[in-house]
Ligand binder design. Structure first.
Ligand code: GLN
Length: 498
C-alpha cells in the first residue's frame, strides 16, 4: 500500500479497498521501521493521525462527499505552525513551543481531510541546502545514507522518497523544495509567490518564502498544490485570484507546439557531467513529443546568488529579532536578577546555530547605515534586472528549463564547513525566488558517475503554475515509459517496503 501514489491511495479509499486507518497505520509502521536510519521526522504524531484517519473513515461510511485526498497521509515541514503540536523550524530556540493556532496551509490540509503524520526535519529556519544545519541532527538521503537529502526541506523530501509518506509540504525561499526533490528523485514545486498563504509559515525571508508540495508523481504534487493554494486575507502578500487549474494541467500532459527555453546561464561549467547528460536527454524527449527547444539569454542571472545572499540575510536579521526569550520557546540565563538584555543574549547564544548567527550578522551589516546602498540597495537593483531577464525570456518561450541542481546528492559533512560551497547548491533555483515566479523539479534519471538522482527544473511566469504541470507530466510520462516505471521505484529498499 505505501508504494502506491497518492492518487492510487485516493482511489483505494474511495472504492473501499482500504481504510484511512489502515493506510495511516502502514505509514506509521514504515516510519517505525526506517526512520531511525533516515531521520526525516522531528515529531511523529501517531495518535492524532489515527484519530483524523478514523474521522475520515466514519465520514466516508456516512456517505459524506469528501476531497480526493481525504484520508491520505502527509508529512509536514516543521516550519509550519500546527495547533498544539511541537513546531521548532529546526531550531533549539523554539524547542518546546506549541503554537496556539494553525497556519493557513495546515487549516487547508485539515479541511481536505488529509492526515498529518508529523513534522519533518529541516535546516534551522530553512537556512541551508543539506538539512545539516538542523538543531536536531541531519536527515539522511534514502538513496545513499552517507549523503544529504538536500535542504532545507530535506526531511519532507526524504520522507516521500523513503515511502514514509506519499506527499509532503515544504517551503522554498531559494530552492528548498526543488533542490531536495532533485537530490531524492521526487517531484517538488515552488508555487508562484503569493499563491500559497504565508500565514503561520515561520518567516525566514518574507519576500522570497513560499510553501509548496512534494510528491512521487507530477499528478500527486498537483493534487496537493491545489489544496494548499488560494487567497488568504490573513496574508497581505496573498494574491487575490483563482488558483491555476494544476490538476487538470497534470492530467493533460500537453507539450505539443510549446516553446521550451533553455537558459544559457544555467548550464556548463560547475555542472556535473551526469546532470547535464540527463538534462539534455530530457530536452531531446520533449522535442520528440513536439515541443520546440530554443535558447534564451538571462545575463543578470550571473549575479543572482550574490543578490540573494544579501537580501535573504537582511530580511532574516529583521524577522528573527522576535526570538527574544520573552515570547516563544527557549529562555536561559534568567537568574539572579539578570537584565532583559543579558537573558536575550544568553538565549540567542544557546538557541541559534552557527549558520543562523552568520546570516543575522551578515544581514545586520548589509542594512546598516553607510552600507545599505552599497549592499542591500545594489542587491535590489539586481533583483529588478533578473525580473526583466525573465520577462524578456518569457516572450520567447512558454516555459524555461535548466538542471535543478548543478550536482547530485553530496556527502554528509562534505560542504558543511564551507558556506560558499553550500550556497552554490542553489545557483539554478534562486532566480525563480528573486522574481517571484513558479518552478518545478522532477526526476530526470540517475547520473552515470554516481547512480544518484538528477532533477530537471521547469519555470513559468507568475500565476501560470499550470504550465509547469502540463510540461512536467508530459516529460514524466515519456520518461516513465522509457524506464518502465517511476525512478523512485529504483530507490534502495532500506529494510524493505511492503
Ligand atoms: N539554501 C538556500 C538558503 O540557505 C535556500 C533555502 C530555502 O529555500 N529555504 O537560503
Amino acid at each position: 500500500m505505501i508504494k502506491k501514489t497518492a492518487a492510487q491511495m485516493s482511489a483505494s479509499l474511495t472504492s473501499g479497498e482500504t481504510t484511512s486507518v489502515a493506510l495511516t497505520q502502514s505509514h506509521l509502521d514504515r516510519i517505525n521501521e526506517v526512520d531511525s536510519k533516515v531521520k526525516a521526522f522531528l515529531h511523529v504524531d501517531g495518535e492524532n493521525a489515527l484519530a483524523q484517519a478514523a474521522k475520515v473513515d466514519a465520514e466516508r461510511a456516512a456517505g459524506k462527499k469528501l476531497h480526493p485526498l481525504a484520508g491520505v497521509p502527509l508529512a509536514l515541514k516543521d516550519v509550519l505552525a500546527q495547533e498544539g503540536v511541537p513546531t521548532t523550524a529546526g531550531s533549539k530556540i523554539l524547542q518546546g513551543w506549541k503554537p496556539p493556532y494553525d497556519s493557513t496551509v495546515v487549516s487547508k490540509l485539515k479541511q481536505a481531510g488529509i492526515v498529518i503524520l508529523g513534522k519533518t526535519n529541516m535546516d534551522e529556519f530553512a537556512m541551508g541546502s543539506s538539512t545539516e544545519n538542523s538543531g536536531y541532527g541531519p536527515t539522511f538521503n534514502p538513496w545513499d545514507l552517507t549523503r544529504t537529502p538536500g535542504g532545507s526541506s530535506g526531511g519532507s523530501a526524504a520522507a516521500v522518497s523513503a515511502f514514509e509518506a506519499p506527499i509532503a509540504v515544504g517551503s522554498d525561499t531559494g530552492g528548498s523544495i526543488r533542490q531536495p526533490a532533485a537530490l531524492t528523485g521526487i517531484v517538488g514545486v515552488r508555487p508562484t509567490y503569493g499563491a500559497v498563504s504565508r500565514y503561520g509559515l515561520i518567516a525566514y525571508s518574507s519576500s522570497l518564502d513560499q510553501a509548496g508540495p512534494f510528491g512521487r508523481t507530477v499528478l500527486d504534487t498537483a493534487m496537493l498544490h491545489e489544496v494548499m493554494a488560494g487567497h488568504d486575507p490573513k496574508d497581505a502578500t496573498s494574491i487575490n485570484a483563482a488558483v491555476p487549474n494544476v490538476v487538470s494541467a497534470a492530467r493533460s500532459a500537453d507539450v505539443k507546439g510549446k516553446k521550451i527555453g533553455v537558459i544559457k546561464q544555467l548550464q556548463g561549467s560547475g555542472y556535473q557531467a551526469g546532470v547535464l547528460a540527463r538534462f539534455n536527454e530530457s530536452l531531446d524527449l520533449l522535442a520528440s513529443l513536439g515541443a520546440e527547444i530554443v535558447e534564451v539569454d538571462c545575463p543578470s542571472f550571473e549575479f543572482a546568488l550574490a543578490a540573494y545572499y544579501l537580501i535573504a540575510p537582511s530580511e532574516c536579521s529583521s524577522n528573527l529579532a522576535r526570538f527574544d526569550a520573552m515570547r516563544y520557546g527557549l529562555r536561559t540565563g534568567d537568574d539572579n536578577g539578570a537584565s532583559a538584555e543579558s537573558v536575550m543574549n544568553a538565549t540567542r547564544e544557546a538557541g541559534f546555530g552557527r549558520e543562523v548567527k552568520r546570516r543575522i550578522i551578515l544581514g545586520t551589516y548589509a542594512l546598516s547605515s553607510g552600507y545599505y546602498d552599497a549592499y542591500y540597495g545594489s542587491a535590489q537593483k539586481i533583483r529588478t534586472l533578473i525580473i526583466e531577464d525573465y520577462k524578456k525570456a518569457f516572450t520567447q518561450a512558454d516555459v524555461l528549463v535548466s538542471p535543478t541542481s548543478p550536482i547530485t546528492a553530496f556527502k554528509i559533512g562534505e560542504k558543511s564547513e564551507d558556506p560558499i560551497a553550500m550556497y552554490l547548491a542553489d545557483v539554478a533555483t534562486i532566480p525563480v525566488n528573486l522574481a517571484g515566479i513558479c518552478g518545478m523539479s522532477l526526476p530526470a534519471g540517475l547520473a552515470d558517475e554516481d547512480g544518484l538522482p538528477v532533477g530537471f527544473q521547469i519555470m513559468a511566469p507568475a500565476m501560470q503554475d499550470q504550465r509547469l504541470y502540463e510540461v512536467g507530466s508530459a516529460l514524466e510520462a515519456a520518461l516513465v515509459s522509457k524506464w518502465g516505471g517511476h525512478l523512485i521505484d529504483q530507490v534502495p529498499a532500506l529494510g524493505g517496503a511492503k
